[in-house]
Ligand binder design. Structure first.
Ligand SMILES: Cc1cc2nc3c(=O)[nH]c(=O)nc-3n(C[C@H](O)[C@H](O)[C@H](O)COP(=O)(O)O)c2cc1C
Ligand SMILES: [Fe+2]
Ligand SMILES: [Fe+2]
Length: 397
């Protein structure tokens, strides 16, 4: 399948409807994904990125229906990660001298994966390649999200090919942002940002400021995953600016694990207290062993405060809470408040550990948290309610 996005530009990628986990098993992709590859026809025909290797054969067959492959004059490899470079070895074996445009780090990573000395043409920010009636302008974007990442801008059509940046793991038969359910799309774009891009928030702020200084008129943004931003294309840039700053919504999220439900009952009492203090705040509760980790991270990303609960087990934390707190340290979140709670039998270690790890993850920890020896009685549940009440009120002070 190839789809025209403009007179001389075709989408020649692969929609992966069945993908449910990405980056190995790290990231959930409830709506599948796509690997977007674009063919620009001009005096020089240019291919931008390819697809993941399991789909390389299918990709080449499709591409051959759109163009005689040997008449491709150049390949732009914006990013060496195998979900975009996977078909390169097969494609380049059909035309070994084809120029491959990539960053210096791109060459290193592509060589690292495929161990072949292709006809690498190293590009830097500001360099342009004339393809006939138009030019491609390169914009390096190191650490968004790999050292090799770059974008390129097509003059004339004013299209920014942004690779992973501005992507969404979202499979759709429609190629464009205005044709798909908006709530689903917004959630997938946010989930993608929270889980993949947020560790690089500072780089995002710098790169978007640099993009502004280039004064490009952008009519379309073509990311390497999901739909193309053609309706109000720059609104995703504005969203990234917000997300990369101290982003939060009016939401408090309680995440807990439990073996015998004591910690769960504490969580629900804390939620009651929050509701008493603030009728408007969204309160969400998740059992960390049952809810998908990538979804939990998305919820945390949009929360102004989180309260984490775990029972003490073997003088430590349960696995899912331990893993979540370790991952939070990697996400570079800022301006968020945190709290801790949990049930224990003889050593209330869990809340001490949760508080410590929240601080390490840059959360402002409020109070010492609340603990219950064994199962909480009515008095203890009232204390939990009060704790929730005070936690919510902290945002008003
Ligand atoms: C395998 C196991 C190990 C435990 N280790 C500890 C511990 O090291 N220190 C402690 O205070 N309590 C320990 N406990 C007791 C639990 O913290 C206690 O039962 C608590 O009430 C469980 O809360 P929950 O109902 O939310 O699961 C352990 C319980 C289990 C089942
Ligand atoms: Fe990537
Ligand atoms: Fe990707």
């Amino acid at each position: 399948m190839s789809l025209k996005i403009k007179d001389t530009i075709e989408w020649v990628g692969k929609i992966d409807w069945e993908l449910r986990k990405f980056h190995g098993e790290e990231l959930s992709t409830a709506h599948g994904s796509s690997y977007n590859s674009f063919l620009i026809k001009d005096e020089n025909n240019i291919l931008i990125d390819t697809v993941w290797s399991p789909y390389a054969g299918e990709f080449l067959k499709n591409l051959a229906k759109t163009i005689d492959i040997r008449s491709i004059n150049g390949i732009i490899a914006c990013h060496a990660e195998p979900d975009h470079s996977g078909a390169l070895p097969y494609l380049i074996s059909m035309m070994p001298d084809v120029p491959v445009y990539c960053t210096a780090n791109g060459q290193k990573s592509l060589y690292g994966y495929y161990h072949q000395n292709w006809n690498f043409n190293i590009v830097k920010t500001g360099m342009r390649v004339n393809i006939g009636s138009r030019e491609l302008l390169f914009i390096e974007a190191p650490m968004l999200h790999w050292p090799d990442t770059m974008m390129c801008f097509l003059t004339g059509d004013n299209i920014l090919f942004s690779n992973d940046i501005f992507g969404q793991h979202y499979a759709s038969n429609f190629l464009f942002n205005d044709l798909v359910p908006q709530e689903e799309l917004s959630y997938e774009a946010l989930k993608y940002y929270a889980n993949i891009i947020s560790p690089f928030n500072k780089k995002v702020i710098g790169k978007l400021a640099e993009l502004d200084t280039l004064n490009l008129v952008i009519d379309m943004i073509c990311p390497a995953h999901g739909v193309i931003w053609r309706d109000k294309p720059t609104s995703i840039i504005e969203k990234y600016k917000k997300w990369a700053g101290d982003y939060s919504e009016n939401q408090i999220t309680i995440i807990y694990d439990t073996m015998y439900n004591s910690t769960r009952r504490m969580a629900e009492a804390i939620a009651e207290g929050i509701k008493l203090a603030d009728q408007k705040v969204f309160i969400k509760l998740f059992n960390s062993s049952r809810e998908d980790k990538s979804n939990i991270i998305t919820e945390i990303f949009q929360s102004k405060g989180i309260i984490i609960g775990a029972p003490t087990i073997n003088n430590g934390l349960t696995g899912s809470i331990y893993a979540l707190l370790e991952e939070l340290k990697l996400l570079n979140l800022s301006n968020k408040k945190g709290g801790a709670f949990g049930s224990y039998g003889w050593s209330p270690t869990s809340i001490i550990l949760i508080n410590e790890k929240l601080k390490e993850a840059n959360f402002e920890v409020i109070g010492e948290g609340i603990k219950s020896q064994w199962s909480p009685d009515e008095t203890k549940l009232d204390e939990c309610k009060n704790y929730g009440f005070e936690f919510a009120n902290y945002f008003n002070s």
